[in-house]
Design a protein around this ligand. Structure first.
Ligand code: RAM
Length: 918
């Protein structure tokens, strides 16, 4: 149903409501330079309404849906005039909604959201790829930044100006000496062989009549700099390149200034820049070269011509995730001058990014900045725990990197900000600077993908609040372009880490675009045989080091990310399209797992019987697996030994889980036959697991907390064995002195499994445990981010491995879902049906959580006073909540603010809805 005019709508709808909010285009808040020619629009219904009944979208390009009777407000396809490269429009939406009393009211119009398309086709690019001439490519980590620049003249002030730019490497653009835009580390990290992002910028305000200069600074970045644990260089190529196109419009006149052979290349102050190693800047190198602000004669004299390169345009694409930015800046909490003369700066928080240093040494004096997460006995920064093994020289370690060096020229106003590298750090050892640093001389810049926060948690226990805080910090520090494992040692998109943390992350931040971008790389990096590689983006099997470590790909719990991550995103958003995008890749992964299970037997099984038992074809017990990984007191990981170990108990569990997840995904995608077949396969695997790994007494045969947790979390044992496996898990935990014994994979499920199987108190005992290993040890030892190991800082304060890995932080989803008590109902996606069920414990007297999902913001808060639990909940439009309080029947409530009182569970229950309002 549509209505013809906006005015008529207003007349018939006198009661105006607040407007729809959170307008998004393809999950983006800023849709500038996108390359989706049929973008989809979403919004959140106005706060305080019960149910959207209709919407109307209008745009300034003539698009008008009229009034459409529909409750839908997610991913509405654009149906206006066909969009071309550079098309621009502003859209807004109003909705009609029912109130609690059933009357329909019209909302106000939302604020407008601008959308502008970038360059959709390779043929839109008239610019040519250019690069510096490098007869001898300098050694890795020593490669300088180059400036590629061009002077041009404009007759008039232009009406609009756009710049489109990308690079093989990292680029920054400057127009007339002013930095263009506020994005960092552009063009961002992707699997460059298949996808290269370009950025679009509005440069209208930076252009001027007369002489102008466009200048790009180009360094190695992910393209050819060193990367990851193995510190490989040249992953995507051995030369850097720039592609930039300025389009300047005045009336009907479009001037295009693209990179080509007329551009000049000069040196910059950056003598070396590498994402892992650090940045070396010598401002003296600029002496006698171009002033950024003006194309002076000396620049031309200094510069050489750019080389035109024959690179492809075919991989170019606009953004699908928010950009990377400096999201926060901090002053130091202390600066300490050591006896050695070094100054140690403590920012009080472990972060990812760099510092901005405004006090440099005297002319020609080098100041060295060593970044780290921990201090040694002398109070200086130590990096020893961050040094990776050198696989090519067993027993040796590689440098940790994270060292910047800056030499001043003495020119006034020199500021060092190494934006062509990044570091994971809380401390910086400033070496070679005689001036005492004041707080305003050095600033920490937190750099990450600019994600929207959508979730919160707080409770009456300060240590749990701190735990939540440090987990959130670890996520922020590892959300730079792709979900990384750690921001210092590796900065790598490990599949397993994201698989196990994405449910927590998606509750706290809108990670949809960010994850979709990464999944595109995961799919691109998938091997012919279906193997999902451990790290994405990565350059593929043709690359030497990838080949060297190739045997580790195909690990259970890591490769399964291709099913688990899309499924979690679907649950968070209700967007089945994310499942559809990844469906083929999941099937190919499953094909690899299934073929491996059906055709290979682990030698230990073969030794036990020449003829395979019928259930053995469902056991995935060969190939390399990381296994549970990093259990406390576990052996030092030995990847080469793991290659032949029997990890069937873990791998078969993941085989079961992935088939179960895919069965549900198939059902959502309207593939009932596949859903049935997958569910059957999953049940067969379950039975095989039970037969192989559960003894007749209902005990897991390879007893570990992790194996018991998986048995329950992945529904591996039949209902009659759940209690014996729970009892086994409980006794393993008690044998460990009530300590956590899981590593990476099972940790997210440990507390939920206990709570779901009648052991809520034990879940809380583990949560509140404060001797090693435990989460609160991290809090008590002053962690500001989650550690990779349970003993990241040991009792003596010595650091071990990374102090900034979010994986163990998945525990905080227990705080959201159980402690505060907000979770989705089974079968719900996009938070349309929720369950509010506080499960208090550990003497907590209050807890609160919020989550802004597709329907809007949900708030849950409870307090216990004198044995009475008072619960307040706000349920957004279009959402149904089941409220479950101790000993009471389920109350089903709709949108609005509700409050309830109940006994806290320890006293006799008394429960009634006290008040509900809109
Ligand atoms: C480590 C990474 C990552 C983990 C792999 C298996 O080096 O830091 O967290 O997934 O190993």
């Amino acid at each position: 149903m549509t209505s013809s005019s906006l005015d008529a709508d207003v007349e018939t709808q006198p009661r105006e409501r607040p407007a729809p909010t959170r307008l998004r285009v393809e999950y983006l808040k800023e849709a500038f330079g996108i390359t989706a020619s049929a973008p989809r629009m979403s919004w959140a219904p106005p706060a305080g309404t019960v149910q959207q009944t209709a919407y109307r979208i209008t745009a300034d390009n003539g698009w008008d849906t009229g009034k459409v009777t529909s409750a839908r407000h997610q991913l509405i396809p654009y149906t206006g005039p066909a969009l071309q490269s550079r098309s621009r429009f502003e859209w807004r939406v109003r909705t009609w909604n029912t109130d609690a009393d059933g009357t329909e009211t019209a909302s106000a119009w939302s604020d407008p959201m601008p959308v502008e398309l970038g360059l959709l086709h390779a043929s839109d690019w008239t610019a040519q790829w250019i690069g510096p001439e490098e007869p001898d490519v300098p050694a890795r980590e020593e490669r300088p930044g180059y400036a590629l620049h061009k002077a041009f003249t404009l007759d008039t002030v232009p009406e609009t100006g756009r710049a489109y730019a990308t690079a093989h490497g990292i680029y920054e653009l400057f127009l007339n000496g002013v930095r263009v835009g506020d994005q960092q580390l552009t063009p961002g990290s992707t699997s460059y062989n298949t996808t290269l992002q370009f950025q679009a910028y509005d440069i209208t305000g930076l252009l001027r009549p007369g002489g102008n200069t466009i200048r790009a600074v180009l360094t190695d970045g992910w393209y050819r700099g060193t990367f990851g644990y193995t510190r490989d260089a040249d992953m995507y190529g051995s030369s850097t390149a720039l592609l930039a196109q300025l389009e300047i419009q005045s009336g009907d006149n479009r001037t295009v200034i693209g990179t080509d052979g007329s551009w000049r290349v000069s040196r910059t102050e950056i003598l070396g820049a590498d994402l892992m190693a650090g940045q070396r800047t010598d401002f003296r190198a600029l002496e006698g070269t171009a002033d950024d602000a003006a194309p002076c004669a000396s620049a031309a004299a200094e510069a050489g011509a750019a080389v035109v390169l024959n690179c492809s345009y075919g991989t170019l694409t606009g953004p699908v995730a928010p950009p990377t930015r400096i999201v926060e800046e901090f002053p130091p909490v202390s600066v300490t001058r050591l006896a050695s003369g070094r100054q140690v700066v403590d920012f009080g928080q472990n972060i990812h990014g760099w510092v901005r240093l405004s006090t440099l040494g005297g002319p020609g004096e080098a100041v060295t900045l060593v970044y780290g997460e921990a201090l040694d006995a002398t109070g200086d920064v130590t990096q020893d725990h961050l040094r990776p093994h050198d696989f090519r020289r067993p027993g040796q370690f590689l440098p940790a990197g994270q060292v910047d060096v800056v030499t001043a020229s003495g020119a006034p106003g020199e500021v060092f900000e190494p934006r062509h590298t990044t570091h994971g750090f809380q401390y910086v050892s400033v070496q070679g600077l005689t001036t005492d640093l004041a707080a305003e001389d050095i600033t920490a810049c937190l750099v990450h993908t600019d994600l929207e926060p959508v979730g919160s948690f707080t409770c009456s226990d300060p240590r749990l609040n701190k735990l939540h805080d440090i987990v959130q910090w670890s996520f922020r520090d590892n959300a730079c372009e792709v979900p990384t494992d750690c921001p210092q040692r590796e900065k790598a998109g490990w599949t397993g880490d994201w698989q196990l943390f994405v449910p927590t992350a998606a509750y706290l931040y809108d990670v949809t675009g960010f994850s979709r971008k990464w999944l595109r790389d995961v799919r691109a990096d998938q091997w012919e045989n279906g193997v999902i590689v451990n790290i994405s983006p990565s350059p593929g099997p043709g690359f030497t080091s990838a080949e060297f470590m190739a045997f580790t790909n195909g690990s259970c719990g890591w490769g399964d990310a291709i099913a688990m991550v899309p499924w979690e995103l679907y649950l968070a958003t209700g967007d089945a399209g994310i499942l559809a995008e990844n469906w083929d890749a999941m099937n190919r992964w499953l094909g690899f797992v299934r073929t491996t299970a059906e055709t290979q037997r682990h030698p230990s099984v073969t030794a036990a019987g020449a003829v395979p038992a019928p259930h053995e074809k469902y056991l995935w017990d060969t190939g390399f697996h990381f296994g549970e990984w990093m259990e406390p007191d576990g052996p030092e990981p030995d990847l080469f030994a793991a290659r032949s170990a029997d990890h069937g108990i873990v791998a078969t569990a993941y085989y079961r889980n992935t088939t179960a997840v895919m069965a549900q995904a198939a059902a959502v995608l309207g593939r009932p036959e596949e859903a049935r077949a997958l569910a059957n396969l999953s049940e067969n695997i379950r039975q095989a697991w039970e037969k192989e790994y559960l003894d007749p007494a209902g005990q897991v045969t390879q007893p570990s907390q992790a194996n018991c947790v998986r048995a329950l979390a992945f529904d591996l044992v039949s209902p009659q064995h759940r209690s014996s496996v729970t009892a086994q898990l409980v006794s393993l935990i008690r044998e460990a002195g009530t300590h956590v014994g899981t590593g990476f994979l099972a940790t997210p499920y440990l507390l939920p499994v206990l709570a779901d199987n009648g052991e809520l108190d034990l879940a809380y005992e583990l949560l509140m445990q404060d001797s090693e290993p435990s989460w609160l040890v991290m809090v008590d030892r002053g962690a500001t981010t989650m550690w990779e190991l349970w003993n990241g800082l040991d009792a003596g304060g010595a650091p071990h491995q990374s102090l900034n890995h979010y994986s163990k932080g998945a525990v905080v989803s227990f705080l959201h879902r159980y402690t505060a008590g907000l979770r989705q109902a089974p079968g719900s996606a996009g938070y349309q049906r929720i369950i509010i069920e506080p499960r208090p414990g550990a003497g907590l007297s209050s807890a609160a959580t919020s989550h802004t999902g597709p329907q809007g913001r949900i708030d849950v808060a409870w307090e216990i006073d004198d044995g009475v639990l008072a619960l307040g909940a706000t349920v957004p439009s279009g959402t149904t909540a089941e409220v479950r309080l101790p000993g009471e029947p389920v109350a089903v409530v709709g949108p609005g603010a509700h409050s309830f009182l109940a006994a806290d569970g320890s006293k006799s229950p008394h429960f009634h809805p006290a008040r509900s309002t809109l």
